[in-house]
Design a protein around this ligand. Sequence first.
Ligand SMILES: Nc1ncnc2c1ncn2[C@@H]1O[C@H](COP(=O)(O)OP(=O)(O)OP(=O)(O)O)[C@@H](O)[C@H]1O
Length: 251
Amino acid sequence: MKILELQDVKKTYRSRGIETQALKGVNFSVDEGEFIAIMGESGSGKTTLLNLVATLDQPTSGSIILEGQNLAHLKEKDITAFRRNELGFVFQTFNLLDQFTNRDNIYLPLVLSGVRAEEMKSRLAEIQDQLMIGDFVDKYPYEISGGQKQRIATARAIITKPALLLADEPTGSLDSASADAIMRLFTRINENAQTILMVTHSLRSASYARRVLFIKDGIVFHELYRGEEDQEAFMERIHQAQTVLRKKVLA
Ligand SMILES: Nc1ncnc2c1ncn2[C@@H]1O[C@H](COP(=O)(O)OP(=O)(O)OP(=O)(O)O)[C@@H](O)[C@H]1O
């Protein structure tokens, strides 16, 4: 079953009389239960793509079909409900609220959905150790580092058990041990049938995915499936593909 389909998606930004074509016709689909990494150089359109799927912005043309629903045909209130019930996000900016403790930031989406306090506690307990957030979960966001904020933001995104998890550079601010811990957690989430779409610059993080999409100048340029390969072999293949693709562009 397809959870997501993009058909000829284009996005042009217009600001101060300047037009930037960030996406020039993106086509791909995602089956339920996939774990996909999106790679591409800075400015290639990765965040734009994720924001469109996250329903935070609309394409200039083309269709985005999420769980069988064309987003362009949904009313704003249905989109809000959809976002809350089906999607989880980890943004580059984290979007944590400084007036709440980290714990309350993590609980916030559950509070909004009316989940009981006991249930919130037990859900946090399931992920707290792997995210290594126990020591600062009762501090405030302004009291912790960028990498620690990233892990709190990740906890908030996954605590609702979203059908589709969208993550923009979820390991961007982390050392390699913390990055590996997050990627192992993503793998566990994915094994529980949740779908993941993750933007990353990290070869190592990408090698945890089952498929890698390469985006270049606003289009999907290439893709790799992991198949039966182990992570090391897949990482090597992603690296080779990157090198070849870069050369092709320069040639
Ligand atoms: N709000 C905006 N207004 C105008 N142009 C924008 C806006 N957001 C992004 N762009 C432009 O669209 C293009 C794609 O940007 P995007 O942020 O999607 O790239 P990216 O691949 O995520 O880059 P990075 O890896 O650096 O985060 C870039 O040329 C960027 O300058």
